[in-house]
Design a protein around this ligand. Sequence first.
Ligand code: ADP
Ligand code: MG
Length: 673
Amino acid sequence: MPLKIAPATQSKFTKLGIHTPFDLVLHLPLRYEDETRITRIADLKPGESAQVEGEIIHSEVMYRPRRSLVCQLQDDSGILYLRFLNFYPSQQKQLAVGKRIRALGEPRMGFFGDEMVHPKCRVAGESVPLKQALTPVYPTTAGLPQATLTKHIHAALNELPLDDTLPQKILQRLHLPEFAASVRLLHQPPPDIDEDALLERAHPAWMRIKFDELLAQQLSMRVHYRERSRRVAPGLAAHNRLTDALLQDLPFALTGAQKKVWHEISTDLARPHPMQRLLQGDVGSGKTVVAALAALQAIENGYQVAFMAPTEILAEQHYLKLRDWLVPLGITPVWLSGSLKKKDKTAAAERIAQGDTMLAIGTHALFQNSVEFHKLGLVIVDEQHKFGVQQRLALRGKGAEPHQLMMSATPIPRTLAMSYYADLDVSVIDELPPGRTPIVTKLVSDARREEVFERVRAACLEGRQAYWVCPLIDESEALQLQTALETFATLTQIFPDLRIGLAHGKLSSTEKAETMAAFKAGELQLLVATTVIEVGVDVPNASLMVIDHAERMGLAQLHQLRGRVGRGAAESLCVLLFQQPLSELARARLKIIFENTDGFEIAQQDLRLRGPGELLGARQSGVPMLRFADLAEDDKLLDKARDIADEMLRDFPQEAQAHLQRWMANEPDYLRT
Ligand code: ADP
Ligand code: MG
């Protein structure tokens, strides 16, 4: 850094993510304090932060309702109580009777009358002029005072070139202010500024910053996308030999939506550039068969396919299903998962390496270093959102480039998809196969558990099948397992007349497979399970689902779980058992899941409820989060950023480069050009 910064300060900066002087420019205030004027005590409005000035006329330590320093501040319009729960003797001295004080805080109706709790106080007087600008309050960390931060930020603002990276022409069209003026305004807002707009980040200066951030993101994604179309992959032409044979054998016809996405994928595979396509479709929309068709098109061309799923149960289910579909066509898939015995794993890896098998199905074990493909042409990743972006990138980095088909049943709101998957092509299955009866959802308080037991028994005795999903225990797999075992024991006791199975993450893969097979075959009537069945499990005859302690689960998870039923013609019921009292968030979630069945709508509402970071699990997966823009609010700005990104790459490549440089200098490699 060219600016002089003490090493101790430097380490604090690092904590705040400030690595370059320019990062200081973008270290924008969280909020502002208005010390530019004095409000009369009589004019204070509850909840509206203001600064008052007056004389301390009373000061005393009180012990009720709890120990606190309570002062009375008087101006010519009235009296205000100042209350401090923690205070130092020095403060007591500062606030002694007779002192003239300026106090800044949020007034409210208090125990004694109008009061401010913990106002910011300073001694007033002729020699202390009012501030000329709103005072920014910066995000900071322990030991780094606001004043130090402010000093360095001002230095950066003065010394760095803050040239605009957007062409004038575009700025004018978008009615956005210049970059330099915007950051200066946000760091040092003039006294007459529209304060609400500033605080709500709706001021044009904020819009400019948010736009720049979104633009940088769109630019980097576009650059990445273009770069891919220069890379080489095997062209896998549609010969329609195996694919047509599978279509002939299927007991159903593809839906219109399946046909549409299959056409998109088939066309992409035939191109000599790596496909990176996300296949989105709500739970139960029939993505697996589309994946099978894609696999066959690769195999028709003599290329191998790797089909990966996030859990053993799901991978195994795919293995069994594809085996049923493909063995009649002369293709025998190989199964590979982490829990295979070493000997079997080696044997599977051998067959893959020799090219003895054209299709390998399994968990992420498929991509461990010991597995070398003979001639890999296509990678299919099911429930891609469970893997996260870094794994996506890791796959990309392996050897000669295969095509990639990623599938996800977690519908992603449009803004998120544009932001996080803008470097992918997207196909959407927006229709469910015919003959599905809508799922009825019921919210039932835990107090009525007995009734739910009765319902489960009745359904099973009628020949239907049911899931009982055990409560989620945060952060403890051991407890989770224990709860599953207990639930299983309890239910076995209550229903001596039912055949009950148990599925959880700690079973061996053989045990898991046996249990799932027995449930699928109808030998088990009730399956007690942990959330391992959350993704992908497909047993059409199961039509009742009970989710225990539903209030602990997230919306996407509830939607996925509920999607395990409603797959056959029978009317399905999903009972969400919840425990009182509900937190506000839990209540909001249950209301959404109760009122909506459409995954996209649920995802959109989830975004509003939780924000994008949690929705995507992005923090863990390494996606850089947006700092300023808000994907739930700024969708219009995002639309503009996307359009301008294309225009800049076309007409203003130098500016585009400069913009990326400015905003992405600290980002991981893959977002850079
Ligand atoms: P998901 O998209 O959730 O992965 P699946 O691929 O598991 O859904 O399909 C759900 C169920 O619908 C499966 O039993 C599958 O065989 C069936 N299915 C898929 N496509 C059709 C169709 N076009 N018509 C009828 N049933 C279908
Ligand atoms: Mg699936």
